[in-house]
Design a binder for this molecule. Structure first.
Ligand code: STR
Length: 413
């Protein structure tokens, strides 16, 4: 695989995520446009807030992976373990321009803040149910995994409510996505998972075509306004799988990391409990400092793009390193590496992206965390980590901030 520039060595991004803090530090201390290597594939990454905002609104960068020079040359194929992150079917995630607006409009409407009121009672109900499961699991006084029992099932229930995915399929979906994201999944198995998920969504679309229900999948298929071009089956499929994947994986992370940040910083937890600071502020600072997305793959240059004295050449791939971007000292100050609920710039984070592709589910994600995290601390006021928090590691997932587990104790002393 060719290197665009022989003069600077590319930084290899570790798929095992053995030293996330070290990698983030290296990116933050390096240039705003850094050459990286992703499982053998060279790419650029953006490590600063301002450059990210500039490039995220630059129409010369597109999501269509067939524009990638490494795809065109055959250097990257379906064998590449991250292929599912970019070759994900035709959807709002992979298409730009006027077609992008067409693919996205129903979703932005369905997930608009004013519509979320309809979901709130459901989120509260699921939260209460899962808190009950936690209490039960902790009844013997043992440590329990907050991820497995509480954070992990909740967002899947919520996004499934919206999309019309039956509860009986959640376990299969969660297991499939675990294998989808893990870089320890062998190639053949990964291909099987891709195919099984595709078949699953094809069947679900058949079902919703024959029996429309009150969900967004059915609206994609049946609810076509005057003068609107209906979504093709492939577009419904792409959107559906994008929404289920995005809607669950990232929010699991946010619930864990917000809880973890507060437990690691008892003075700040106390400030939230006393009302000096809000849960929303804790969530926002977590999004900035320990957000769900480490590296977002990927955009491709349709023309040469000059950045300072470097050139992103036509066909090059460009990643957004959102974890490094959230710790940009130029914006957040010299103490950007500290979790601080009084930080005035916290809510300027772009952890949900920026520009036309900005996350359409941002308000839903914030709402889920703003229900789940306070409910957890109210139900279990003595909750504490069962392990030194600095020793908690991530799964071998390169793109996502995916804690392997979060063992906690819920009882009294
Ligand atoms: C996973 C596989 C799939 O079938 C469809 C998509 C499209 C949306 C992607 C998703 C992917 C992976 C996780 C993403 C999500 C959009 C937001 C989420 C990248 C590739 C983030 O982690 C930001």
């Amino acid at each position: 695989m060719s290197q665009q520039c022989p003069h600077t060595a590319a930084l290899t991004i570790d798929p095992m995520v053995a030293d996330l803090a070290g990698e983030t530090r290296t990116l933050c201390e390096g240039p705003e446009l850094t050459k990286i290597e992703l499982l053998g594939a060279p790419a650029w990454t953006i490590t600063r807030h301002n450059l990210a905002r500039r490039l995220l609104t630059d129409p010369r960068l597109v999501k269509d992976h067939t524009r990638w020079n490494l795809w065109q040359s055959g250097a990257v194929t379906r064998e590449w373990p991250l292929i599912g992150m970019i070759d994900a079917g035709r959807s709002m995630f992979t298409v730009d321009g006027a077609e992008h607006r067409r693919l996205r409009i129903k979703t932005t409407r369905a997930l608009a803040p004013r519509r979320l009121g309809e979901l709130r009672p459901k989120i509260e109900q699921f939260t209460a149910e899962l808190l009950g499961d936690l209490a039960e699991a902790a009844a013997g006084g043992d440590a329990v995994d907050l991820k497995q029992i509480f954070a992990y099932p909740l967002p899947m229930r919520v996004i499934s409510e919206l999309m019309g995915v039956p509860r009986s399929d959640h376990t299969m979906l969660l297991e499939s996505y675990k294998k989808f994201f893990s870089l320890l999944t062998p190639h053949d198995e990964r291909m099987r998972v891709y195919a099984e998920l595709d078949d699953y969504y094809t069947e679900l679309i058949k079902e919703k075509t024959a029996h429309p229900a009150d969900d967004l999948t059915s609206d994609f298929i049946h609810d076509v306004a005057e003068g609107e071009t209906p979504l093709t089956e492939a577009e419904v499929h792409g959107n559906l799988k994008a929404l289920v994947a995005a809607g669950h994986e990232t929010t699991v992370s946010l619930i864990i990391t917000t809880t973890r940040a507060l437990l690691a910083n008892p003075d700040q937890l106390a400030a939230v409990r006393s009302g000096d600071r809000s849960w929303e502020e804790a969530i926002e600072e977590t999004l900035r400092w320990d957000g769900p997305v480490i590296h977002l793959l990927m955009r491709f240059a349709t023309e040469d793009i000059t950045v300072g004295d470097l050139t992103i050449e036509r066909g090059d791939g460009v990643v957004m390193s959102y974890r490094a971007i959230g710790r940009d000292r130029d914006l957040h100050g010299e103490d950007a590496d500290t979790f601080d609920l009084t930080r005035p710039t916290a809510n300027r984070n772009i952890s949900f992206g920026y520009g036309p592709h900005i996350c359409p589910g941002a308000a839903l994600a914030r709402l889920e965390a703003a229900i789940a995290v306070p409910a957890l601390f109210e139900r279990f006021p003595d909750i504490r980590s069962a392990m030194p928090i600095s020793e908690l590691g991530n799964l071998p997932v390169l793109t996502q901030n995916d804690p392997a587990a979060f063992p906690v104790r819920l009882g009294g002393a």
